[in-house]
Write a protein that binds this ligand. Sequence first.
Ligand code: XMP
Ligand code: MG
Length: 179
Amino acid sequence: MHQDVAEILISEEEIRAKVKELGQQISRDYAGQDLLLVGILRGAMLFMSDLMREIDIPVNIDFMVVSSYGSGTTTSGEVRVLKDLDRGIEGRNVLLIEDIVDTGLTLNYLTKYLANRHPKSLKVCTLLNKPSRRRVEVKVDYNGFIIPDKFVVGYGLDYNEYYRNLPYIGVLKPEIYQE
Ligand code: XMP
Ligand code: MG
């Protein structure tokens, strides 16, 4: 285990099993339909790359890069789109792939932003969900794990851009971000 990690909250094996389950569910739900996966970078990159391999229907992929103002472990709720989609989504089934839904502010912004472009459907798949932190109500269609209000890193999630490469979801030692 990494020295800055206090505990492993979700192991590699648990992630693998959940990702497989989600992939099968998505494959069933969208069978025979068009599907565009939209990964929200950078946090969702590992989740999306594993998830798409568990989806056995034809898919397209695209990415957005967003940043919520604020650094470290807090978010201000103001979202900035740093990279938009490469192609239009009008009339398409869009599935947003997120690493974590925390306050819900990012997702709330993104779903409104994309709904403006009139997709056929717009759903959300998140690996992690912290419902206790919600500041705005958002609909999540596919949920990996409900987690407690602890700051987590790994499997794509960062603290100051580090720890994304950890293969598990870990709770960061508080002294690391209280310094
Ligand atoms: P919300 O839902 O608050 O989420 O708009 C915005 C972004 O906050 C980040 N976030 C975390 N990142 N560990 C992280 O590494 C966490 O525990 C955590 N909670 C929120 C994440 O980038 C999310 O997209
Ligand atoms: Mg982040």
